[in-house]
Design a protein around this ligand. Structure first.
Ligand code: CP3
Length: 348
């Protein structure tokens, strides 16, 4: 790596890739790397009365952030929190029923019950967690903050829960585009302020999660995803020109290329369905890529896992690449399979 050159960050390989540099072996982290597949997380989780309470207790959130780093020595550490703390800090009621996923009080076509701007005071415990984690991480680990992309967060805010095809937010976009614009604008402004505050508290880079890109039409994708995300990135860079930002748009198909070209993100996350040779030729030629192992291969393990890992390493070896899954790790994953993956990626 390029140690010693001005402006390099050779002691943090993941940050180095975000600067557009190829590394001999790709740095690795895993989306949702802290969580229920780890017995130590399940134990820790019993200490909070609910998931949001867990996210807002810095001693618990700090410990959950550090658990996968201690176990696997990942190159990236992602803040333990959730994308739905933003609606919570906008005054929408958010809860997590055990085993049922998130529940929000639906907006019903009006922003009147929301605050006009994000209440960063409410998120003070998140910034305290960042402060604690940054002093505890190894020097070579890149610390990642995050937020949800406006379309993904808006979809939860409108439906009040996860919905398979996002019918509520798609219908709202068609029936009441002005309302959708205003909600997305509020989330763009909120995300800029939230991410800036995360940088101020000590993260090295951030990821924007667009988990539901795949539900949009192609013009909807530009209007509801690419354009708002580009505005967030410009807004953050207006204050911190050197801010490093990863954009993960799940199931966006050829939208991965548009994301690489038009959002200004420093790296583009690839879901597992994208053809890797296409992504190498059309996305990695524009921006560093991150991904893209099917999370279920990490459940399966064995030869099938090894073969796929080797293939991904091989295809993306000529350019900047961060090894990751194509979406979050699932709770059924045996922790030993993660160890096998990390060893293989590192050639150990
Ligand atoms: O390790 C990490 O990646 C950091 C923590 C993190 C969580 N959620 C913790 C979590 C991150 C980055 C997220 C992002 C998130 N949250 C997304 C985007 C990424 C993706 O997976 O698509 C979305 C859509 C959410 C919303 C959300 N939060 C859902 C749908 C659920 C319930 C589903 C589930 O997996 O249980 C959550 C809860 C949640 N967020 C859990 C964790 C560890 C499980 C809750 C628990 O432990 O009780």
């Amino acid at each position: 790596m390029s140690g010693g050159n001005p402006g390099t960050v050779a002691d943090k390989p993941l940050l180095d890739v975000l600067h557009g540099r190829r590394t001999k072996r790709p740095p690795i982290w895993i989306m949702r790397q802290a969580g229920r597949y780890l017995p130590e997380y399940r134990e820790l989780r019993t200490r909070a009365k609910n998931f949001l309470d867990f996210c807002y207790r810095p001693e618990l959130a700090t410990e959950a952030t550090l658990q996968p780093i201690r176990r696997y020595g990942f190159d990236g550490s992602i803040l333990f929190s959730d994308i739905l703390v933003v609606p919570d800090a906008l005054g929408q009621k958010v809860s997590f029923a055990e085993g049922e996923g998130p529940r929000l009080e639906p907006l019903e076509g009006s922003l009147s019950r929301l605050k006009g701007e994000i209440d960063l005071e409410k998120l003070a415990p998140v910034f305290e967690t960042i402060d604690r984690v940054k002093t505890a991480l190894p020097a070579s680990t890149t610390f990642l903050g995050f937020c949800g992309a406006p379309w993904t967060v808006a979809s939860y805010m409108i439906a009040g829960k996860g919905t398979p095809e996002l019918a509520p937010s798609r219908l709202t976009s068609y029936r009441d585009p002005d309302f959708m614009d205003r909600l997305i604008d509020l989330l763009v402004e909120s995300s800029i302020r939230y991410l800036l505050k995360q940088f101020e508290a000590g993260v090295d880079a951030v990821q924007i999660f667009e988990s539901f890109a795949g539900a949009l039409t192609s013009d909807g994708f530009r209007r509801r995803s690419i354009d708002p995300v580009a505005r967030i990135i410009r807004g953050v860079r207006a204050v911190r020109p050197d801010a490093k930002i990863i954009f993960f748009a799940r199931n966006s198909g050829s939208g991965h290329m548009i994301a690489a070209r038009d959002t200004g993100a420093d790296a583009v996350g690839l879901d597992w369905s994208v053809d890797e040779e296409w992504a190498r030729d059309n996305v990695q030629t524009i921006r560093p890529v991150q991904g893209h192992l099917d999370p279920l291969l990490l459940v399966a393990g064995g030869e099938a896992l090894d073969r796929r890992v080797d293939r991904i390493l091989d295809v993306f070896s000529a350019g900047p690449h961060i090894f990751n899954l194509g979406h979050g790790i699932v709770p059924e994953t045996p922790p030993e399979h993660v160890e096998r993956l990390v060893k293989r990626v590192r050639g150990a």
